[in-house]
Write a protein that binds this ligand. Sequence first.
Ligand code: HEM
Length: 141
Amino acid sequence: MFFAKLHPLIVHFPVGLLVSGALFEFYGKVSKEEAVEVAGRFNVRLGFWCALPVFAVGFLGMLSLENTQKFQDFLGNHLMAAFATVLFFLLALLISRYGGGRFQFGYYFFLGLGLVSVLTTGFFGGELVHRFGVSTPGFIN
Ligand code: HEM
């Protein structure tokens, strides 16, 4: 149960960085404010690396849960969206690192998909905790 309780405590940091980072990058690009774009790029990278341990902790937390039938769908959707989040941001970062300035469309495409995925992940995670009470003091496992 340790990891299941730890996961909700540490998720908000990478979620905040990824969401703000992606939004800053889009805003900076559209308004041609380079400083905003650079700040967004930094947040996305830091958020991505912080999301990896959060992902592992979430996975270990899930393994410790029993009687998951009641919220099975939400758990499955949360896991899929978390996978998609890591995948999309990883693809964006790989394009940025190895694309040599080409494939700009691909970079922003995966950045946008990553943004949608991380919001979706947060939605289903929030439902697990606040609708089903997973890992809250009253939760019976
Ligand atoms: C990108 C990776 C992930 C993000 C951003 C993320 C985000 C979140 C958020 C925002 C919550 C709600 C926290 C709250 O309301 O206080 C949550 C809860 C939860 N997440 Fe994740 N999550 C991720 C990966 C995973 C993975 C891979 C699993 C495994 C299935 C997982 C399982 C859970 C569970 C079981 C909960 C309910 C609370 C708990 O028992 O820990 N998460 N997650």
